[in-house]
Write a protein that binds this ligand. Structure first.
Ligand SMILES: NC(=O)c1ccc[n+]([C@@H]2O[C@H](COP(=O)([O-])OP(=O)(O)OC[C@H]3O[C@@H](n4cnc5c(N)ncnc54)[C@H](OP(=O)(O)O)[C@@H]3O)[C@@H](O)[C@H]2O)c1
Length: 345
């Protein structure tokens, strides 16, 4: 079969199409003839060598849709160890769901990993209630564009999306966001507070870290929550960018670099602001079969009713995966990047 194999960490050029034997399913696994897989930020990090705990050489790709060979059913699968960038994958049955008739393969692919992440951040970790205000960083991205739509569908108001270019911000507004902001705005915390009605935002879902996470903390309303989905290495943390808002007690000194994009939060900050911080990791949904199926059903149902749409930025062939990774790394994509594993040109 054809597959994209990573033999050693590197840039997008490290991703090569090879012919390798089909995988053999282990206990509790089934073979899937893959139609589509997709690019996730996780794949970029693994390519760059940021996940040394996972062995190489490896076939990348943490998600796939296709037909289960045993019964011909259309399924979506999450692949914790990778394997999706291939014509055939052996997927854990516990991490696989059937796709309902009203949802096509592209929608199912985008909804399963990234949609479940968006839902988990908003509802499971963020405990969003209808009528609350929500802000989402990287709002034009794979997870972010679904989080904006879900926030609207769950009754949030206003919904604020952060994105780095005016084209992306227009896209975020078309998704249903009331306000779209530039994450590099030095007054970001003030802008978030103003957009949320002055007192601050009730829920901020952040996957960028650094200065954005600092602005998120400073922009929270009393009883507001920050949900952390991840962070970008090298994100500069500079309290000067927290706008006119007070730098909370216990914050790092001005000009501190966060080489990993991680922002320290103190219990004093939480108490003095009456705010909360939570994290979300998909693993804790994936490992709970009932929860995973429940969240997937909810998302598929919203998609079938037209309340949630995966916007496809581009669909590439296996030999174009390196270029697709480069586009995501360059922040040049909006929505979902798909890989059609059967396309050869
Ligand atoms: N916790 C979990 O379980 C979980 C699961 C899936 C994904 N995630 C996280 O969610 C985030 C989004 O993932 P995704 O796959 O949907 O990717 P994505 O949003 O399609 O792409 C990443 C976006 O992040 C923004 N960004 C900010 N700083 C960046 C930087 N230094 N380099 C590159 N992009 C930067 C860019 O948007 P702008 O240009 O608009 O800023 C970019 O479009 C990632 O941080 C990922 O690790 C977490």
């Amino acid at each position: 079969m054809r597959a994209v194999v990573l033999r050693r960490p590197g840039g997008p050029e490290a991703l090569r199409v090879e012919r390798i034997p089909e995988p053999s399913p282990g206990a509790g696994e089934s073979l899937i003839d893959v139609t589509l897989t997709g690019v996730n930020f996780d794949d970029l990090e693994r390519t760059a060598g940021a996940q040394p705990e996972l062995p190489l050489p490896a076939v990348l790709g943490v998600e796939a849709v296709g037909r289960r060979r045993a019964d011909g059913r259309r399924v979506a699968a999450l692949l914790r160890q990778g394997g999706g960038y291939a014509e055939v994958v052996a997927a854990r049955d516990a991490y696989t769901v059937e796709i309902p008739a009203g949802v096509d393969d592209a929608q199912a692919l985008g909804l399963f990993e990234q949609g479940c992440t968006a839902y988990g951040a908003l509802s499971l970790a963020g405990r969003l209630r209808a009528g609350e205000s929500v802000a989402v960083s990287a709002a034009a991205g794979g997870v972010g564009h679904l989080a904006v739509q879900l926030a609207v569908a769950l009754g949030a108001s206003p919904v604020i999306g952060l994105a780095s270019t005016s084209v992306k911000r227009q896209f975020v507004k078309r998704l249903g966001a009331d306000v779209a902001l530039d994450p590099a705005d030095p007054e970001l915390a003030d802008r978030v507070r103003a957009a949320a009605g002055g007192a601050g935002v009730d829920l901020f879902v952040d996957s960028v870290g650094g200065a954005v996470a600092r602005a998120a903390l400073a922009g929270l309303a009393p009883f507001g929550r920050l949900v952390c989905l991840g962070w970008r290495p090298g994100t500069r943390s500079d309290p000067g960018t927290v706008g006119g808002g007070a730098v909370p007690a216990g914050a790092e000194p001005a000009g501190t670099q966060d080489p990993a994009g991680v922002v320290a939060v103190t219990t004093a900050q939480l108490a003095q602001g009456s705010i909360g911080c939570a994290g979300f990791w998909m693993r804790h949904v994936v490992d709970d079969r009932e929860l995973l199926c429940g969240v997937a059903d909810r998302l598929f149902e919203l998609a079938a009713r037209g309340r949630l749409t995966v916007h496809v930025d581009r669909t590439v062939a296996l030999h174009e995966v390196g270029a697709a990774h480069a586009a995501v790394a360059a922040r040049a994509t909006t929505g979902k990047v798909l890989i059609d594993v059967r396309r050869e040109v």
